[in-house]
Design a protein around this ligand. Structure first.
Ligand SMILES: [Zn+2]
Length: 274
């Protein structure tokens, strides 16, 4: 595989909570769930620590084991939990969490895993590419968004509504009937969307955190097919530039109501066949 990626924090002076790592045949992309001010955590570690520690653990595992991806993810979550369960109280769900995409090329297949609301796109040469996206968070979040979406972004009222929104979502995290992300429970790995596709059927793939997928999912600036073309022709940095331009044109979320004006954004372009 030929892999190109770009990753940018929401603001230049803020830590990037996305993690991206790749070898020639393995890619790992995580999006750490940011914790708004006012929410207290019983874990002393940052979201960035979590996404980068789990991400680098998963990439190391993928280079050493050909085991099933959900198994590697469960092991990785267990390992990272063991790094802080003796210093932090991880029993009350207040610890950091992240979405996970894993993509691996074997001799003749692509294995993939998607946990949480990041997006994997497989270009199989058909007019419409295959879009793999877990909408469980979106489903449970929708009824809780009404107040948040009615307030102008950048105001104290919006910040307060966002804190309430994130707190409300906490009760659905890693529960049946809710949504699943990597945090401290290895069983979350069983909830990931997974699949294996013959490599010869896949021309290219794209991996996107929601900050980059918003180009299509939220702002509707392009189609998934056009997004793949931008990635292939202009590269991942150009895609993120377009996202930022759209966000700057709507700084208070009037056209596109959203939790944050900008979000960490990571885009990965994978050429499986040249
Ligand atoms: Zn901790």
């Amino acid at each position: 595989m030929r892999v190109a990626f770009a990753s940018e924090p929401a603001y230049p002076d803020r830590p990037n909570e996305d993690f991206i790592g790749a070898t020639a045949d393995a890619i790992v992309l995580l999006d750490g769930a940011s914790i708004p001010p006012g929410i207290t955590s019983t874990c002393s570690h940052s979201v960035r620590w979590y996404s980068h520690t789990l991400g680098s653990t998963l990439l190391a595992e993928m280079t050493q084991s050909a085991g099933p991806l959900p198994e590697l993810l469960a092991q990785g979550i267990k390992h990272v939990t063991s790094l802080h369960d003796f210093t932090c109280d991880l029993t009350h769900g207040g610890s950091p969490s992240a979405t996970v995409i894993m993509l691996r090329q074997t001799a003749d297949h692509l294995d993939w895993l998607v946990l949480g609301d990041s997006t994997l796109i497989l270009d199989t040469g058909t007019p419409e590419p295959t879009v793999i996206y877990d909408d469980r968070l979106e489903q449970v979040a929708a009824p809780h968004r009404t107040r948040l979406d009615s307030l102008p972004g950048g105001t104290p009222e919006h910040a307060e509504a966002r804190r309430e929104y994130v707190e409300a979502l906490g009760q659905y995290r890693n529960r049946d009937g809710g949504f699943w992300v990597a945090s401290t429970d290895p069983l979350a790995a069983d909830q990931a969307l997974t699949g294996t596709t013959p490599a010869e059927q896949v021309r290219a793939a794209a991996l996107l955190t929601d900050g980059a997928a918003d180009t299509v999912s939220r702002y509707r600036l392009t189609t998934w097919r056009q997004l793949l073309d931008v990635l292939a022709q202009d590269g991942p940095t150009a895609l993120i530039r377009r996202v930022r331009e759209a966000e700057r044109s709507d700084p208070h979320g009037e056209r596109w109501p959203r939790s944050k004006t900008h979000d960490d954004a990571t885009a990965v372009n994978v050429m499986v066949h040249e």
